[in-house]
Each structure stands twice: as C-alpha cells, then as structure tokens.
Write a protein that binds this ligand. Structure first.
Ligand SMILES: [Zn+2]
Length: 354
C-alpha cells in the first residue's frame, strides 16, 4: 500500500507544533466531532477540559479511518504522522457564529476557516520533529517543559505572561512592568505564527522586543520566548486560549488588556476580560490580570490609565495607529513618551526595507 502523506498549511503546521510541543495540552491530536461539538457550544473538550477554539485538520485527502498519514510542514519538513480516527464534516457557519461571534467573511479568523472547508480528519499525532523557524526566533525558542524548568531554576513562583503580536511601545511596557511589580517574573511571549496582512512581521517585532529587553527590562526578572501559534482573532474565546497556553508554559498569571485578540470592531472593548467571569479560574489553572488602556499623561508626568489618572484628554498623549505608521513611514520617531527611540528606529528601518 502506498504511503499516505499530507503537506500541512501554514496554519495547520502551527497547530501541529503547538500540539506537539505541549503548548496545547491536554490536546494530543487534531480534534474530532465530539470535541468540536462541545468546544463550540460549551468551551470544553469532550473530556470536559476548558477549550475555547476547535483545533481541527481540514483536508480533502483520500483516506480511511485507521490510516496513518505522514505529515509535512508547509515548508516541506517531515514532522510526524496522524492516525485517522475519524473523518467528519463540520458546520463551519456554526463554528464561526459560536466561536467567533460572527459569520462575516471579512473577519480574518472566519475567512480562514471558510477557506479551509468542512471536511476534517481527526486523530492523535506522533511527533518526530517540530517545524523550523528563522534564526531570530530559534534563539529564543523553548518548549513549555523547558520554560517551566527555566522558571523553576530562577526560583520564580508567581509568573505573569504577556501575549503580544505588536511591537511593545511605552503603554505596554508600562503595563507589563505594573504586573511585574507584584510577580516574581515576567514572561513576554510574542506570537510568531501567521497573523493578518498589515500586522508587523514577527522578525521585525523580535528585534524590537530584544532591544527593549537589553535596555529597559531587568535581565533576571524577564524572559522573552516565542509562541509558534497562529492568530484566530477570536477576541474573548482567543483570550481564553492564550491563557491556557501560557498556563501550559508555566505562567500563573496572564495579562488581558482591552480588545484582546480582536479584529475590527467585532468585539466589545471589555469582552475578552468579561469572558473570564464565566470561567472557574481555579479549574482553568491561570489567573487573568485585567488592564485598562494605558497612555502617557503630561500632568501625571508618567504612564497612566483611566484608573490612575484624573486628567482630561488634553493632558494625555494620544496617537492613532494610522498616525504612528505614517510617522514611522516618513522616517520620523514618535515622541519618546509614546515609543522608545530604539524601538522606533527598528520600525523606521523596517518601513524603509518594504
Ligand atoms: Zn494624568
């Protein structure tokens, strides 16, 4: 019998990696219909564990239940195999509605699942190798087990994780440091998998994070890692997924900002914080830390939020994303109250290379 093989898409490659490296524990393979059903309707796996977004493998591959299919990454590297336990059809509209809260094809996460289609293969995976990444990432790459060991060696007990897919400007630097004030360590964990068009490429962001680490964060209190997952832009549901993944990497606390993991205006500003009100935090195994939008205030003479600053908008530095992109594109540094010059310079160079 000929060997069955499948080249995974970039998104499925990222899922394979997160399952394979333990970041998606308790998942051990691509989910089937029983899991999908309960994840969509109750945010739990068939076994009852919290799980907010189906992790499934869409494929038209001609195969049967019981077949073993060799899997390669989108770049052609042999990764391992899946034992097909189920071949099933998903109701992709229902997934969009229940998981993403919209069936709008303009939503980047919804568009991605529509494009994948409905025919799914499910079953456990066996991992021979993980996908390759650019050097800048691999230098920082650790699996959940390795990060846990690192945190333990550092003597950290209370560890706060920060998810990001953007360069870190002063506002986010401030909230990570505010969180760190009450924790032993800060785990900056940028997502490096597939993001949407217009987002800043991961290799550019990594340079920004590294320059910040070198100049503005204490070495012995902060760890920079990389999270090889894709974005779903599922807002509240994805905030829960981001928290579960950081729990698996050894964090005890997780920063949830406003508009976490959203896209456009599909979600309310606080939806990603409110969803945790419906969750048993002890069972989840990681505690969310909710943060307000933060900004520089001339009257406070520092970074602040609505919670800490009594001044009105005139005192507060506000720059829209569009304005910041325009300045950087023109080779102009935003005010240093907004962005560290070292970060601005990296972004200016990146715009020039474009
Ligand atoms: Zn103020």
């Amino acid at each position: 019998m000929a060997e069955l093989s499948l080249t995974l898409s970039e998104r499925h490659t990222a899922d394979f990696e997160m399952i394979g490296n333990g970041g998606f524990a308790p998942l051990t393979g691509f989910q089937g219909s029983a899991d999908w059903e309960r994840v969509c309707s109750e945010m739990r796996t068939a076994d009852g564990d919290y799980w907010p977004i189906p992790i499934t493998l869409a494929s038209d591959l001609d195969c049967e239940v019981g077949d073993v299919v060799e899997l390669s990454s989108d770049e052609g590297k042999k990764l391992g195999r899946i034992t097909v336990e189920e071949i099933w059809e998903r109701d992709v509209k229902r997934e969009a509605e229940q998981v993403y809260g919209t069936t709008d094809e303009a939503h980047p996460g919804v568009a991605a699942i529509y494009e994948e289609g409905n025919r799914m293969l499910a079953g456990p995976i066996e991992v021979d190798a993980l996908p390759d990444h650019d050097e800048a990432f691999m230098r920082r790459y650790k699996t959940p087990v390795e990060h846990k060991a690192d945190f333990k060696a550092r003597g950290w007990k209370k560890i706060v994780a920060f998810q990001t897919r953007n360069p870190i400007h002063r506002a986010h630097e401030y909230l990570t440091k505010a969180a760190l004030e009450t924790c032993d360590g800060l785990f900056i964990h940028p997502l490096i998998g597939k993001t949407k068009a217009g987002d800043i490429p991961a290799e550019v962001r990594m340079r920004c994070y590294e320059v910040l680490m070198e100049n503005y964060y204490p070495d012995d209190r902060v760890v920079l890692g990389v999270k090889p997952a894709k974005m779903h832009y599922a807002g509240p549901r994805e905030a829960v997924l981001h928290a579960i993944v950081r729990r698996n990497y050894g964090a005890t606390h997780f920063i949830v900002g406003r508009d976490h993991a959203g896209a456009g205006d599909y979600y309310g500003t606080y939806d990603a914080q409110k969803i945790f009100d419906t969750i048993d935090i002890e069972e989840l195994g990681i505690e969310p830390l909710m943060f307000e939008h933060t900004f520089w205030c001339n009257e406070c003479e520092g970074l602040a939020s609505n919670k800490t600053c009594p001044h009105d908008a005139d005192a507060r530095l506000f720059l829209s994303g569009t304005k910041v992109r325009e300045m950087l594109g023109n080779g102009e540094r935003p005010p240093h109250e907004f962005s560290r010059d070292e970060v601005a310079d990296i972004l200016i160079d990146a715009y020039k290379e474009d």
